[in-house]
Design a protein around this ligand. Structure first.
Ligand SMILES: [Zn+2]
Length: 244
């Protein structure tokens, strides 16, 4: 399984940065996990966009979905030019419904509703989901391929229920939108990086990568606080390709 980090920021990007998006590849299967702003441009550095098998959205906050709306135009063009014959499917939660209802486009981009405990198969990948603690309904995503397991936390607070979901995975890509000081000040809906480290340690994951970084939080503090809990924690970088 190959994971390419297309965007690492949330809830808005730094200058020249991008929001959440991860390209998963295994043999001929190509799946985009989240489609935040900037990620569709980044995607085209690595593959022909019309070759994506599907998009899976963790939740319907704009920093995870906003490029879906220009994907409409791209796939309309790809169909018209004969580069693509079949619709692109977006697997997504249906809440909030007003946002969900905007994700499909004509007969070129269609939606497939998922629920927070679903198991689905796309190409060579098996996916399962787990509801997180966030301000909107949101799912952590587990991808299995060739006996390798990736877990992506999506957006969430720390909660003990995630430990079993991440347990023993080969790669855990975990949000770290906060530093410890934010929690002291009462911030909610996201994790501080030390909690990502704590989850990784408790779940005995093989590798931890920190993502969904806030552009105004110092990355050295994000990393050092995570390392205090899980010494091999690493920050993702945009354009990074991770083989597992
Ligand atoms: Zn987010």
């Amino acid at each position: 399984m190959k994971v390419t980090v297309l965007g690492k920021y949330g809830p808005f990007p730094s200058a020249g940065g991008n929001c959440s998006g991860y390209l998963l590849e295994g043999d001929s299967t190509k799946i985009l996990i989240d489609c935040g702003n900037g990620t569709f441009s980044q995607l085209q550095k690595y593959i022909n966009y019309w070759e994506i098998d599907a998009i899976i959205l963790s939740h319907l906050h704009m920093d995870h979905i906003s490029d879906c709306f220009i994907v409409h135009y791209a796939f309309e063009s790809a169909m018209a030019l004969g580069k693509r014959q079949t619709p692109l499917y977006i697997y997504t939660l249906t809440e909030p419904y007003d946002t969900y209802s905007l994700l499909g486009h004509k007969d070129v981009v269609r939606t497939k509703p998922i629920d927070p405990y679903d198991n689905i198969k796309i190409g060579n990948f098996n996916f399962s989901f787990y509801p997180t603690v966030h301000s909107k309904l949101c799912c952590a995503i587990k991808a299995k391929y060739n006996n390798k397991v990736l877990v992506y936390s999506a957006d969430t607070e720390y909660f003990a229920g995630l430990v079993d979901f991440v347990r023993g995975c080969d790669l855990f890509i975990c949000e770290s939108n906060f530093i410890s000081q934010d929690l002291s000040l009462g911030s909610s809906n996201h994790m501080a990086s030390f909690q990502a480290g704590q989850l990784a340690r408790e779940g005995q994951v093989k590798r931890l990568k920190l993502t969904h970084l806030h552009p105004e939080k110092p990355e050295d503090i994000v990393l050092s606080e995570a390392k205090a809990e899980f010494k091999d924690a690493e920050l993702v970088s945009e354009g990074e390709v991770i083989e597992i």
